[in-house]
Design a protein around this ligand. Structure first.
Ligand code: I22
Length: 220
């Protein structure tokens, strides 16, 4: 399973990249606006910090012709850029066009398996299935993730299921259990994946015992 960080903040990308377990970065218009920096500058800096990762950058037009122009522009910035496209009618047509041209896409704002079917048929590289926003309206966001993973396997689609709108580590656990290919999350959630009280307790005990015995690895 791949781990992506969901941010437009360069310092957060740098931190996640330093852990050595980062497979990519997702951004969206809200996150880019929050960064206070220009879109192209931010995306190119992210590409530099995560040289082997998939970097999602989203188009903002909602009509096919302008979306296509934006997609070709964004895709021309760097080979690791994946064009993020919302699941609307012209968006699905655009994903098909880009897929036919060998340009990778991330279909975003997907909330149901029927939407995911359209994205998969159009040839989306990633299908971004939002979970937190569904939980927010008292439904179970993971249902569509599980159904979409099953659909991908049943019909042998090539798309990868990307779990987005991740709010806590349990979402990551559930994404693993569902067999999702990728989870993207804010840095704060990624840092929480390290945490276990027994790790802290166990480490303290190891080090106390070692120090009491006056042992060392490196010559003092
Ligand atoms: O779509 C993707 C990943 O492809 C994400 O960037 C996605 O936009 C974000 O995970 C969500 O917007 C964050 O959702 P929320 O926590 O604000 O509900």
């Amino acid at each position: 399973m791949k781990l992506f960080v969901d941010t437009g903040d360069i310092e957060e990308v740098r931190q996640a990249a330093d852990w050595g377990v980062l497979d990519g970065v997702t951004t969206n218009p809200t996150l880019i606006a929050k960064s206070g920096k220009q879109f192209k500058e931010t995306v190119l800096k992210i590409c530099e910090l995560v040289p082997n990762g998939a970097i999602s950058a989203e188009v903002v037009a909602t009509d096919y012709d302008t979306m296509l122009k934006e997609a070709l522009e964004v895709a021309s910035w760097h080979p690791n850029i994946v064009v993020k496209v919302p699941l609307i009618e012209p968006g699905v047509s655009l994903i098909k066009t880009l897929s036919d041209r060998g340009i990778r896409t991330n279909c975003t704002l997907v909330f149901s398996v029927s939407q995911a079917l359209l994205a998969a048929k159009a040839g989306a590289t990633f299908i971004s299935n939002f979970v937190g926003r569904v939980d927010d309206i008292s439904d179970d966001g993971m249902v569509a993730v599980r159904d979409t993973v099953d659909m991908i396997h049943t019909y042998d689609f090539k798309s990868e299921v990307l779990v987005a709108s991740v709010r806590h580590p349990l979402h990551v656990v559930q994404a693993i259990q569902a067999g999702a290919h990728i989870a993207t999350m804010p840095l704060k959630i990624m840092s929480m994946l390290f945490k276990h009280p027994l790790t802290d307790k166990g480490l303290k005990q190891f080090l106390d015992d070692w120090n009491k015995a006056g042992l060392h690895i490196l010559e003092p």
